[in-house]
Design a binder for this molecule. Structure first.
Ligand code: UT7
Length: 328
C-alpha cells in the first residue's frame, strides 16, 4: 500500500492592475529616453502605474478576490495570507492584515514577506511549508507592489523599468500519492540569498536609518549578470530535487525584469522560448507581483492548463533568488 503526503495545490489565481497604462512614448516626455532604447534593452513597451487611491493593499485585495472566485472558496475559509511586497501601505502593520480585513475574514494568520522581486517565491515556499506541516489548510499567497512610489522619476536608468500591480494564488493542502507523477501540487522549491550585493539594488531610505521611505537605486548591468547565473543554477537545483530534466517543463513563469534575461535563462536550460510566459512588454518589472501576474494571465488565456508542469523563478534585491516547480 502506498502512503500519501500533503502537498500544496494551486486552486485558483487572480490579478489586478492599476487603471492607468503608460507607454514608452509617454515616459519619453518625462525623462531623456526613447521608445527604441527601452524596447531594445528591456522589451518593455508599457507599464501600469497606480493612481490616487490605488495602493499595494487595494491591488492585492482585488487580486485575492479574483483568486478566491477562481477557486470557488469563501474568504472565511482562508487561514493564512502571505503578502510579498517591498512597498507596503505602512511600515506596520503588515499589508496582509489590511487585505485580510478587506476580504472580511479574521483570526487566521496574515503577514508580509520582504524579498523584493523574489518575494512571491519566498511567500510561496513559506506557505507550502505551513500547508505541508498541517498548520494551515488554505492559504492566499499574494505578490503586490506600487514601485512607482519609490522610483526616482528623474533617474532614467531606473524609472522606465518598473510598473505596479498584484497577483494572487490560492493554495490548499491535499493528500496525494507522491509516487504518482501526475499528482498535483508544489513538487520542489529552493530559496537563496546573498546579502553581499546590497549596494547593487536597494532603496536609499528606511524607518531605522533615514526615517524616510527612500528611492530605488540599481546598478542594472551588474544585476543583469548575476541574474542570469543565479537563475540558471537555482532552476537546475529544483529540477534535480524533482528528479526531472528541463524537457519535462510545460511552462516557465519567470520574474519579468528584462526580456533579455528571460531569453538568456531559457537558452542556458535549453528551453524553447515558446515555453516562457512573457509579460514584461506590457507590465514592465512589477517586482513581487510579476510572477503571479504572469501566471494568472496565462491561466486565463488558456495557455497554462490543469495537469501541466510549471516552473516559477525570480531574482531580486538582496540579492535573493529562488524557484519552485508545480504540477497543476
Ligand atoms: O527585478 C530585479 C532584478 N533587476 C534586473 O534584473 C535588472 C537587470 N538589468 C537590466 O535589465 C539592464 O541592465 C538595464 C535594462 C537596467 C540596462 O540595460 P544595459 O544594457 O545594461 O544598459 P546600461 O545600464 O549599461 O546603459 C547603457 C547606456 C548608458 O549610456 P552610456 O553610459 O553608454 O553613454 C546609459 O546612460 O544607456 C543609457 N541609458 C539610457 N538611455 C536612454 C540608461 N537608461 C536609459 C534610458 N534611456 N532609459
Amino acid at each position: 500500500m502506498t502512503g500519501t503526503v500533503l502537498r500544496s495545490v494551486i486552486r485558483g489565481s487572480g490579478s489586478a492592475l492599476p487603471e492607468r497604462m503608460v507607454t514608452n512614448a509617454e515616459m519619453a516626455t518625462m525623462v531623456d529616453t526613447t521608445d527604441e532604447w527601452i524596447v531594445e534593452r528591456t522589451g518593455i513597451r508599457a507599464r501600469h502605474l497606480a493612481g490616487e487611491g490605488e495602493t499595494t493593499s487595494s491591488l492585492a485585495t482585488l487580486a485575492a478576490r479574483r483568486a478566491l472566485d477562481a477557486a470557488g472558496f469563501d474568504a472565511g475559509s482562508i487561514d493564512c495570507i502571505i503578502l510579498a511586497t517591498a512597498t507596503p501601505d505602512q511600515t506596520f502593520p503588515a499589508s496582509a492584515t489590511i487585505v485580510q480585513h478587506n476580504l472580511g475574514c479574521r483570526g487566521g494568520m496574515a503577514f508580509d514577506v520582504a524579498a523584493v522581486c523574489s518575494g512571491f517565491l519566498y511567500a510561496l515556499t513559506t506557505a507550502d511549508a505551513l500547508l505541508r506541516g498541517g498548520n494551515v489548510r488554505r492559504a492566499l499567497v499574494i505578490g503586490a507592489e506600487t514601485f512607482s512610489r519609490i522610483l526616482d522619476w528623474e533617474d532614467r536608468t531606473t524609472c522606465v523599468l518598473f510598473g505596479d500591480g498584484a497577483g494572487a494564488i490560492v493554495l490548499e493542502a491535499v493528500a496525494v500519492d507522491p509516487a504518482d507523477p501526475a499528482a498535483p501540487g508544489i513538487i520542489a522549491s529552493r530559496l537563496h540569498a546573498d546579502g553581499a550585493y546590497n549596494d547593487l539594488l536597494y532603496v536609499d531610505g528606511g524607518p531605522s536609518t533615514t526615517q524616510t521611505v527612500g528611492k530605488l537605486r540599481m546598478k542594472g548591468r551588474e544585476v543583469f549578470r548575476h541574474a542570469v547565473v543565479n537563475l540558471a543554477s537555482v532552476l537546475e537545483e529544483v529540477l534535480a530535487d524533482a528528479g526531472l530534466t528541463s524537457a519535462a517543463i510545460d511552462w516557465v513563469v519567470p520574474h519579468q525584469a528584462n526580456a533579455r534575461i528571460l531569453d538568456a535563462t531559457a537558452r542556458k536550460l535549453s528551453l524553447s522560448p515558446d515555453k516562457v510566459i512573457v509579460t514584461v512588454d506590457h507590465h514592465a518589472n512589477t517586482s513581487a507581483a510579476s510572477v503571479p501576474l504572469a501566471f494568472d494571465e496565462a491561466v486565463r488565456d488558456g495557455r497554462i492548463r490543469p495537469g501541466q508542469l510549471v516552473m516559477f523563478e525570480a531574482m531580486g534585491g538582496g540579492f535573493t533568488w529562488g524557484a519552485a516547480l508545480v504540477r497543476l
